[in-house]
Design a protein around this ligand. Structure first.
Ligand code: GLN
Length: 559
């Protein structure tokens, strides 16, 4: 009986008329396609639709895990351990959902699957071709993600910009889907509308070219989100609609905003939700954005400033500073600050500058709190260790994430326990005291050069010891957090470290892995590091308890 009911339910969910919205970029990248996709998600969700979001990245890498952060930005780790693009983080934060691996694909991943299936004779002797077999695999994945999340509406963001050679097969997938079920597919083009300083006028021509390139891929933009410094005026809306072959009210203003969380509200002011449901033949429903509005109000109303310096090393790109690499950390700080009615002010300090002497350690005194995020490799590490020593001694609130925790343990070993030459195997495998060493199964992987997707990845449980800063923050004795690391605190040194006052307040259930290190509150106002990445679980309406505890301590500090 139960089984048959289950089957019927399954069939019903399969038979659901699912809708798909492709989001593509015009003119140039980096104009907020991910945030636009997420914002559409928030609006449709607020209308009572079940929404999911997928990201397609055009590169050959199987996932984002093997790319240098300065090249690619943050690597966002999903619950199931898949290493993805930072846009997946935006989707999870805006939609307040944990998304599965299926919701992320790259060219490499798609080809890998096509080739695997070919080797398994799954094409039954057919000639396997780039078109249609590659786009068909893309479609298979999109539809599988929609079924898996049981979505009414699936948003698919195609990375890169229209006209690029790289994403043509993904546009072809969209075209094939649209050809089969025209009413089920909508195309949104997020396009940049420049206002050149020398002219002082908003120019629509680049968007016209982008629309035409999209047409040459057999697709028509149903909606254009006009990304510009300013709101687009009626005259240009009409011109753009006429020349890009859409309706004037389907050209939506997307000006620069103070907070990205304003965007769903701005889009909804222009009626974007109804426009999309109308195109897709979905029932017209009122949106309820009350909770979102409350959050946005908090984001704007914080009066008292709390200043945090992120001491990182992936900031430099030529003469420019990149903060995208730490986007989840930055957003997590914001959510906690808003929940405490604080106004966060975040500064980026390059740890390499503490090594060269360009920055003096006393600079750190200017901030309410210091945060060292995750990282890999050697550059800037001694600078980070110096920073940790300084904030520990000067009682400046400190929060270390992953590498930031491992380096705090090294600093403590060197300067408090007195273990000269304490180090991590990652940097100096020959060091006398490898206080941070390989996790048990990692040495073999590295020796075989099996790097991609082989770290300790995704969600694991952690037991919290009572009477600790961590326990006070979480209010729980068991938590689940996401990980991404190859090294760990070497069990051989645990006793020495704890005898000298460092507390491991969070451990794996088998007590083998040290997941949180902290100093007691009577010794330091806040000195805590996590082997995991709490930033991946911070959500606008449910900020992360450790970030909140850190900012609470920071806001109490008198500078
Ligand atoms: N490089 C360290 C490790 O692999 C820390 C990783 C991180 O900060 N994500 O263990």
């Amino acid at each position: 009986m139960a089984a048959s009911r289950k089957t019927t339910k399954k069939k019903a969910s399969r038979g659901k008329n699912r809708k798909y919205i492709f989001v593509v970029g015009g003119v140039m990248s980096g104009i907020g396609k991910g945030v636009s996709t997420s914002s559409i998600g928030v609006i449709l969700k607020s209308k009572g639709f079940k929404v999911t979001a997928l990201k397609i990245d055009p590169y050959i890498n199987i996932d984002a895990g093997t790319m240098n952060p300065t090249e690619h930005g943050e690597v966002f780790v999903l619950e199931d351990g898949y290493e993805t693009d930072q846009d997946m983080g935006n989707y999870e934060r805006f939609l307040e959902e944990d998304l599965p691996e299926l919701n992320y694909m790259t060219t490499g991943r798609v080809y890998q699957e096509v080739i695997r299936r070919e080797r398994n004779l799954e094409y039954r002797g057919k000639n396997v071709e780039v078109v249609p077999d590659v786009p068909l695999e893309v479609i298979r994945r999109i539809e599988a993600a929609a079924v898996r999340t049981n979505a009414d509406v699936t948003l698919i963001e195609i990375g890169g910009t229209i006209g690029e050679y790289q994403n043509i097969l993904f546009l072809e997938a969209a075209r094939m889907m649209k050809q089969k079920a025209p009413r089920d597919i909508a195309v949104v083009m997020v396009s940049y509308v420049p206002i050149p300083g020398s002219i002082g006028e908003m120019k629509t021509k680049p968007t016209q070219y982008a629309a035409r390139s999209l047409n040459s891929a057999g697709l028509q933009a149903d909606v254009i989100l006009a990304r510009a410094a300013l709101p687009i005026d009626e005259k240009r809306k009409e011109k753009m609609a006429m020349l890009c072959n859409t309706l004037p009210n389907h050209v939506i203003s997307a000006p620069d905003v103070k907070s990205i969380y304003d965007i769903p509200l701005n889009f909804e002011k222009d009626g974007l939700g109804d426009i999309l449901t109308n195109i897709l033949g979905l029932p017209s429903r009122k949106s309820d954005l009350t909770r979102w509005q409350q959050f946005v109000r908090k984001a704007h109303n914080g009066k008292r400033e709390v200043t945090v310096a992120i001491v990182g090393k992936y900031f430099d790109s030529g003469s420019f500073v990149l903060s995208d690499v730490y986007i989840s950390v930055i957003e997590a700080l914001k959510f906690s600050a808003y929940s405490l009615n604080l106004k966060p002010k975040i500064t980026y300090l390059n740890s390499k500058d503490f090594e060269s002497g360009k920055l003096k350690l006393a600079e750190l005194k200017k901030y309410n709190g210091i945060l060292i995020p995750g990282g890999f490799g050697e550059t800037g590490i001694e600078g980070k260790i110096k920073v940790i020593e300084y904030v520990r001694k000067n009682k400046i609130p400190y929060f270390g994430l992953c590498y930031g925790m491992q380096l705090a343990v090294i600093e403590y070993a060197r300067n408090v326990v007195g273990i000269k030459g304490a180090h991590t195997r990652e940097i100096n495998p020959k060091a006398e005291h490898l206080v941070i060493d390989f996790m048990p199964d990692q040495e073999e992987k590295v020796s075989k050069l099996e790097y991609g997707g082989t770290m300790r990845l995704g969600t694991y449980p952690c037991v919290i010891r009572s009477g600790t800063v961590a326990q006070k923050a979480y209010g729980k004795s068991k938590i689940f957090e996401r990980h991404r690391h190859r090294y760990e605190v070497n069990p051989a040194y645990i006793l020495k470290l704890t005898d000298a006052g460092l507390k491991f307040s969070g451990v794996s259930p088998d007590r083998r892995l040290m997941e949180i290190a902290e100093l007691p509150q009577n010794v330091h106002p806040f000195f805590l590091g996590t082997q995991f990445h709490p930033e991946f679980l911070a959500r606008p309406l449910t900020p992360h308890p450790l970030f909140t505890a850190f900012l609470k301590a920071a806001s109490k500090r008198k500078k």
